[in-house]
Design a binder for this molecule. Structure first.
Ligand SMILES: [Zn+2]
Length: 421
């Protein structure tokens, strides 16, 4: 008998222990994303989207693809309002005539978050009309039809890609519109891969920082590790960009800050991962590298550049762009875009496009890694992901308006090729 109680107590003890450890794991998972055993702590994940209380009777206009949605995801084309019209089956049909619609207001949200748009329909006497048909249209996205409740309110939920839209309502002859704005979803991650610094110690970085809250957060984060900004605007391509692989190549880092300033203020398509200060330690010390050249060891497992290559693969990126500067008389020593024909064949097309648009030189190698086996872009390319390296020429540890502009344009056309902007 005693033995049986002992067993039972033991089982209860084991069970409660496993519950405790499971809940601990959950809380760890919430703020730490492990990548190949490395700490990746999210320090900023703003959630400023507006979510009003739910109503089960709402149609959804947006990008996701559940039954009640009007979806434009994947195809990249707009849904025509004729095809997209859905009508709720309501037994209550109003006999009163709408005279006025009130309570409408502009709506906004962050990509991936539903926001509700509602109208209140009144008759001539100012009384709420129940069962009134109201059609809602997001211009370029689609239309849904809803009916007012007992309080005269009809509501539609919206979930579109980043951008600015016009949302219209129509209740009999009463029509009107508001604006619907969807911002990019942005988050900052700090990669704790064993190096940190303070890029503001580099006066050229500090002096050329645009006045942008995200850039300030990124710069501050270099004290903790390597910052990685994620910008999501929709369901398009996924691209990864880096600058500062070499610490003393400042123009491309300044261009990266300027590009981040643009991307955080304008709606984008798809996802952009941006690492503007890769070798934070070398940048802070104004040197090319402190221990080993990051662009020569990406083929060596466990190194920081190899971790970047793995991250590009993990995020299933469609393209990778690495932005550098090169000194006069150095290698390559000119404004140039470089890629490889194999194995990622699109790399050659990407190289040609950027070079043509930026009016700079191009070099397309036959095989990735032909020049150096340890280049980051080459090792990404070897995984079948199109990759390029873009260089602007000027002396190291200098910045000019012209070279920043050229590097910025290289980034711009890298993004344009991938339909992100
Ligand atoms: Zn370089």
């Amino acid at each position: 008998m005693k033995k049986r109680y002992l067993m039972l107590a033991l089982i209860i003890l084991m069970f409660s222990l496993s519950v405790v450890s499971a809940s601990e794991n959950v809380s760890v998972a919430n703020d730490t994303l492990a990548i190949d055993g490395d700490g990746l702590s999210v320090i900023e994940e703003p959630n400023d989207s507006i979510i009003e209380s739910g109503n089960s009777d709402v149609g959804l206009i947006g990008d996701s693809s559940s039954e009640s949605n009007l979806s434009d995801s994947g195809s990249g084309t707009n849904v025509s309002s004729n095809n997209a019209q859905t009508t709720d089956d309501k037994s209550v049909v109003s006999k009163a005539k709408p005279a006025k619609v009130t309570n409408t207001k502009d709506i906004s949200s962050t990509y991936g978050t539903v926001v509700y748009y509602k109208v209140k329909v009144l008759d001539k006497a100012g009384k709420a009309i129940e069962g009134q048909k109201v059609s809602f249209t997001i211009v370029g996205k689609g239309t849904v039809t809803k009916y007012t409740d007992a309080n005269g309110i009809a509501m539609v939920s919206c979930n579109c890609s980043a951008g600015s839209y016009v949302i219209k309502y129509k209740a009999d002859n009463v029509t009107g519109s508001n604006t619907y704005t969807v911002k990019n979803k942005i988050s900052l991650t700090v990669l704790k891969w064993g190096i940190k610094g303070d890029v503001t110690k580099n006066k050229l970085i500090k002096k050329n920082m645009p006045n942008n809250a995200w850039v300030k957060k990124i710069v501050a984060a270099t004290k903790k590790g390597i910052p990685l900004l994620t910008i999501k605007g929709g369901s398009g391509k996924v691209v990864f960009m880096t600058a500062g692989v070499h610490g003393n190549e400042i123009s491309s880092q300044v261009a990266a800050m300027k590009m981040i300033n643009y991307l955080t203020k304008h709606p984008i398509k798809g996802t952009v991962y941006f690492m503007p200060f890769v070798n934070v330690k070398a940048i802070s010390k104004k040197v090319r590298y402190t221990d080993k050249d990051f662009n020569r060891i990406a083929d060596k497992s466990g190194t920081i550049p190899n971790k970047i290559v793995k991250l590009v693969k993990k995020y299933k990126c469609d393209a990778y762009g690495d932005f550098h500067t090169t000194k006069p008389g150095g290698v390559p020593g000119k404004n140039i875009v470089m890629g490889s024909k194999t194995p990622a064949t699109q790399s050659a097309a990407l190289t040609k496009y950027i070079a043509k648009k930026c009016k700079v030189n191009q070099r397309i190698y036959k095989y990735a890694g032909q020049q150096y086996p340890g280049g980051i872009n080459d090792n990404v390319n070897k995984l079948g992901i199109p990759a390029v390296i873009c260089e602007v020429m000027l002396p190291h540890n200098t910045v000019t308006t012209k070279t920043v502009k050229t590097s910025y344009n290289m980034m711009k056309y890298f993004l344009k090729f991938n339909s992100a902007i």
